[in-house]
Design a protein around this ligand. Structure first.
Ligand code: PLP
Length: 820
C-alpha cells in the first residue's frame, strides 16, 4: 500500500481517439466485456448499448476534465431544479456534439450495423410533460455549450409520460417503459445517498437563556439515491451532470415481519418508498394536488439541497459564501419547497440564526414562472403540508410573519394587499401558496417572454411586485439549435453550411448571413428541395404507421403540442370543417392542397382535451374518405407525440400553428423550432410569437386575432359568443355540422357539449377569433400560390431566428441572475 500518493499525480487514462477502425474495435470490446455477448448472437439492442457505451467513454474523458477544472477553480455552480426533463433520445445529440457522427456511422458499417436502425431503437426519455420539461433539457445542453458549471436536479421516474394509443379515435394511456432495456447513459451513485424524512413531530429544545432549537423527528424516512447522466455541450468543450434521484427504502425487507410469516407486510416499506419515484404526474399546466405529488417535490428538493450543501462545504467554503458559490434556479413552483428546506438545513442542522439564514437563502434562489393560468398555480392545504412537513410549516409561518410585518410597517400595505402577499391563502380552506413562497424566497423572478413578464407584473404577482419592484425580469425562452436544427434537419444544415459557411454552427445569430440569399432563385430552389425531402420523410412515417398516403407537394400545416383548450386545437379543427364545407360547395375554385397534421397528448383527467382528440380523429375519417375533397384536404392525427416525433415533424412543416388565446401561452418553444426550420407561422400575438414577429419581420409571419388586452377587455365587458356565431355563416354551419353528428353518426350528440361551451361562454375566444383566423388562412393560401415569395419568407425565418437559441437565453440568465 502506497500511502503518500497524491491522487492528482496519477496518470490519466489515454484520451479516446476518433478513428473509425478504433471505434469499431471499441464497440466490439464493449459488446464482449461490457455486455457479455458475442457478435454472432448480439441483438440490435446489444449493438445500441455497446455503441452508447463507446460514445459515453468519449464523454467521460471530457467530463473528468470539466470536473477537475471546476474543483480547481472553486467556481460558482448553477443548480437547475426541475421536476421535469423532457430529454428525448441522447445518442445523436452526444455523437454530434462530440463530432463523432460520421466516424461512428462508418465504424458500425464496417461491422455490418446500420447507425440509423439502432438509433431508432433508443428509448425516448420522456421525463416531462411538454414545454417546461423540454426547456429544462435544452437548458442543460446550452449550459454545457456555453461552459457554465451546472447540475440539473430532478427525479428518475421509472415511468415517464404515458404512451398514447388511439382506440377508435379515443386517447388510451399506456405505461411508458423507457428503462426496460436498462439505461447505459447513467451511473448509479450509491455513495451519494441522503435520508429524506416525512411526517412525525418537531421537538423544541430550549437551551437556558439561548434561542430555542428545533429538532424534526420524522415519522417516515426514505433514501434518495443519485443517478448521473453526463450532458455534453457543443464540440465537447464542457460536460455537466444531470443528477436524477431515485427513492429506496431504508430497510428493503423488514426481517422481523418476514420471519414472523408476514411475507407481504415485510415488503410494504420497500414498495411504498419505491412508489415515490415510480411515475411522472401527467398533467400539463394544471396543479396536481395529491399528497404523492407533494412528497415527490419535497423528496427531490431535500436530496438536492443536502447534496449542494455537502459539495459546498467539502470544497472548503464557508456557509456565509453560499450565494457566491451557489445559484439555484427553480423551474416553476414545483421545487419551491426548497426555499424552506434550505432554511431548515441552515437553522436546524447548521445552527445559523433565522435572519442570517434568510439572507443567504434569498440571495441563493431565483425562480422562473411559467404560467399565469390560475388553475396551474400550486398551493397545498395547510393540514396536508403540516402533517407531511411539520417543521417546514413552522418555518413558513415564521417567514410569513417576517415579510408581512415588513410590508405593513415599512411600506404601508393595505389589508387587501397583505392578503395577496401572504404565504397562506385564507380565502377558503387555508392553503400554502407555492408561487408566493418561490417569489419571496428568491432575489430574481423571471417570466419567459416579454409579454408574459409584463402580464405577470400586472396580474399574479402585482402586489409582490409592488413590495419588491426590482425582482421581476424577463428571460425569453430559447431552443438548442444543435437538436432543433443540426440533428433534426441535417439536409438544411448542410445547405446552410455550403451557402454561408460554418460560423452559424457556433453562433446561431450568424444565420443572418442567409438573409442575402432569400431572393436568390437558385438558393430558393435548394431550400425548397430540402423541405420537399423532409416532407417525403414525414409522409413515409405516416404511411408506415397509419396507412395514410400524403402528397408531399401539398402544404403541410402542422399543430403539435399538448392538447389544451387555451392552445385552441379546436379553433383549427372548426376552421378545417369550414374549409371542407367551402371546398365541397365551390369545387370550381383554385384550392390550395393542404394536409392538416396534429399530434399531442391530453392529460388523462382532462375531459374536454380528450374529446378534442376524438373530434380531430372523427373529422379526419370523414374528410379523408370524401372523394369530393380528395387531393385537396387531408387530416391526420399522429399518435404518441414526443421529442422524437417532433424531430421528424418540425423540419417537414410549411405552416406552423401557434394560435393560443392571447395572454395565455407564457412563451411557447414549438413556435421557435418551426420558424428556425423554415416554416411560416400563423399565430396570435401571444407569448414569444410577439418577439418572433419583431425578429423575422411582420411581412414574414401571419398574425391574426385579438391581443391580450382585447381578450381581457372583452372578458371584463362580457362576451356574447352566440351573437358572434350567428353573424358568421361559415362558423355557424361548421358548428352545426359538428353538433349534429355529421362527424359522429354513431353518437350524434358526442360533441354537443364542446359546441355548447362555445355558444355559452367561449372562454378561450374560439368563436371570437374565428373570422380573423379563417381570413388569415386564406391569406396563407394566397402566399402559397406565389412560390418564390413563399420561400423567400421562409428563408428569412430561418435566417432571423438565431436569437431564439437557448445559448442566448442561458447567457442572459448568467449575466443577470447567476453570475457563475
Ligand atoms: C417543444 C416541445 C413542446 C412544447 O411545444 P409548445 O408548442 O411550445 O407547447 C412540447 N412537447 C415536445 C415533445 C416538444 O418537443
Amino acid at each position: 500500500m502506497i500511502k503518500s500518493l497524491n491522487k492528482a499525480d496519477l496518470p490519466l487514462p489515454q484520451p479516446r481517439v476518433s478513428d473509425p477502425e478504433v471505434l469499431a474495435a471499441e464497440i466490439i470490446e464493449h459488446l464482449t466485456y461490457g455486455i457479455g455477448k458475442d457478435a454472432t448472437v448480439a441483438t440490435p439492442h446489444d449493438w445500441l448499448t455497446a455503441t452508447i457505451l463507446v460514445v459515453r467513454d468519449h464523454i467521460i474523458d471530457r467530463w473528468m476534465e470539466s470536473t477537475r477544472a471546476v474543483y480547481a477553480n472553486n467556481a460558482k455552480r448553477v443548480y437547475y431544479l426541475s421536476l421535469e426533463f423532457l430529454i428525448g433520445r441522447l445518442m445523436r445529440d452526444a455523437m454530434s456534439n462530440l463530432g463523432l457522427m460520421d466516424e461512428i456511422r462508418e465504424a458500425l458499417a464496417s461491422i455490418g450495423v446500420e447507425l440509423d436502425v439502432i438509433a431508432g431503437l433508443e428509448p425516448d426519455a420522456a421525463l416531462g410533460n411538454g414545454g417546461l420539461g423540454r426547456l429544462a433539457a435544452c437548458f442543460m445542453e446550452s449550459m454545457a455549450t456555453v461552459h457554465i458549471p451546472a447540475y440539473g436536479y430532478g427525479i428518475r421516474y421509472v415511468h415517464g409520460l404515458f404512451r398514447q394509443q388511439m382506440a377508435d379515435g379515443w386517447q388510451v394511456e399506456l405505461p411508458e417503459t423507457w428503462l426496460a432495456h436498462g439505461n447505459p447513459w447513467e451511473f448509479e451513485r450509491r455513495e451519494s445517498s441522503y435520508e429524506i424524512g416525512f411526517g412525525g413531530a418537531v421537538e423544541t429544545v430550549a437551551e437556558n437563556g439561548e434561542e430555542a432549537h428545533f429538532i424534526w423527528k420524522p415519522g417516515e424516512r426514505v433514501i434518495a439515491t443519485a443517478y448521473d447522466t453526463p450532458i455534453v455541450g457543443w464540440r465537447g468543450g464542457h460536460v455537466n451532470t444531470l443528477r436524477l434521484w431515485s427513492a429506496q427504502p431504508i430497510d428493503p425487507i423488514l426481517l422481523e415481519a418476514f420471519n414472523a410469516g408476514d411475507h407481504i407486510g415485510a415488503l410494504r416499506e420497500s414498495n411504498k418508498a419505491e412508489a415515490l419515484t415510480r411515475v411522472l404526474y401527467p398533467a400539463d399546466a394544471t396543479a396536481a394536488g395529491q399528497e404523492l405529488r407533494l412528497r415527490q417535490e419535497y423528496f427531490f428538493c431535500s436530496a438536492s439541497l443536502q447534496d449542494i450543501l455537502r459539495r459546498h462545504l467539502q470544497q472548503g467554503n464557508e456557509l456565509s459564501a453560499l450565494p457566491d458559490k451557489v445559484a439555484i434556479q427553480l423551474n416553476d413552483t414545483h421545487p419551491a419547497v426548497s426555499v424552506v428546506e434550505l432554511m431548515r438545513l441552515l437553522c436546524d442542522v447548521h445552527d445559523l440564526d433565522l435572519d442570517t439564514a434568510w439572507d443567504l437563502t434569498s440571495r441563493t434562489f431565483s425562480y422562473t414562472n411559467h404560467t399565469l393560468l390560475p388553475e396551474a398555480l400550486e398551493s397545498w392545504p395547510v393540514p396536508l403540508f403540516e402533517r407531511l412537513l411539520p417543521r417546514h410549516m413552522q418555518l413558513v409561518y415564521v417567514i410569513n410573519a417576517k415579510i408581512l410585518r415588513d410590508a405593513r410597517k415599512n411600506r404601508n400595505f393595505s389589508d387587501h394587499e397583505i392578503s395577496h402577499i401572504s404565504l397562506i391563502d385564507e380565502s377558503g380552506d387555508r392553503r400554502v401558496r407555492m408561487g408566493n413562497l418561490a417569489f419571496i424566497g428568491s432575489h430574481s423572478i423571471n417570466g419567459v417572454s416579454a409579454l408574459h413578464t409584463a402580464l405577470m407584473k400586472e396580474t399574479v404577482f402585482a402586489d409582490l411586485h409592488k413590495l419588491y419592484p426590482e425582482r421581476i425580469n424577463n428571460k425569453t425562452n430559447g431552443i438548442t439549435p444543435r437538436r432543433w436544427l443540426m440533428q433534426c434537419n441535417p439536409r438544411l444544415t448542410s445547405l446552410i453550411r455550403d451557402t454561408v459557411g460554418p460560423d452559424f454552427l457556433d453562433d446561431a445569430e450568424k444565420l443572418k448571413a442567409l438573409d442575402a440569399y432569400a431572393d436568390d432563385a437558385e438558393f430558393r430552389k435548394q431550400f425548397a428541395a430540402v423541405k420537399r425531402t423532409n416532407k417525403e420523410q414525414l409522409a413515409n412515417l405516416v404511411a408506415s404507421r397509419m396507412g395514410i398516403r400524403l402528397d408531399p407537394s401539398a402544404m403541410f400545416d402542422i399543430q403539435i403540442k399538448r392538447i389544451h383548450e387555451y392552445k385552441r386545437q379546436l379553433l383549427n379543427i372548426v376552421e378545417t370543417v369550414a374549409l371542407f364545407d367551402q371546398i365541397r360547395t365551390h369545387p370550381e375554385r383554385d384550392w390550395v392542397p393542404r394536409v392538416k397534421l396534429f399530434a399531442g397528448k391530453a392529460a388523462p383527467s382532462y375531459h374536454n382535451a380528450k374529446l378534442i382528440i376524438k373530434l380531430a380523429n372523427d373529422v379526419a375519417r370523414v374528410i379523408n374518405n370524401d372523394p369530393a375533397v380528395r387531393n385537396l384536404l387531408k387530416v391526420v392525427f399522429i399518435p404518441n407525440y414526443n421529442v422524437s416525433l417532433a424531430e421528424v415533424m418540425v423540419p417537414a412543416a410549411d405552416l406552423s400553428e401557434q394560435i393560443s388565446t392571447a395572454g395565455m401561452e407564457a412563451s411557447g418553444t414549438g413556435n421557435m423550432k418551426f420558424a428556425l426550420n423554415g416554416a411560416l407561422t400563423i399565430g396570435t400575438l401571444d407569448g414569444a410569437n410577439v418577439e418572433m414577429r419583431d425578429h423575422v419581420g411582420e411581412e414574414n409571419i401571419v398574425i391574426f386575432g385579438m391581443t391580450a388586452d382585447e381578450v381581457g377587455k372583452l372578458r371584463a365587458e362580457g362576451h356574447n359568443p352566440r351573437a358572434v356565431i350567428e353573424s358568421s355563416r361559415e362558423l355557424s354551419q361548421a358548428l352545426a355540422a359538428i353538433a349534429s353528428g355529421v362527424f359522429s353518426p354513431d353518437d350524434p350528440g358526442r360533441f354537443s357539449e364542446l359546441v355548447d361551451g362555445l355558444y355559452q361562454h367561449d372562454w378561450f375566444m374560439v368563436a371570437a377569433d374565428f373570422n380573423a383566423y379563417a381570413k388569415a388562412q386564406r391569406d396563407v393560401d394566397a402566399l402559397w400560390a406565389d412560390e418564390a415569395s413563399w420561400y423567400s419568407k421562409t428563408i428569412r425565418n430561418t435566417a432571423r431566428m438565431g436569437w431564439f437559441s437557448s445559448d442566448r437565453t442561458i447567457q442572459q440568465y448568467n449575466t443577470d441572475i447567476w453570475r457563475a
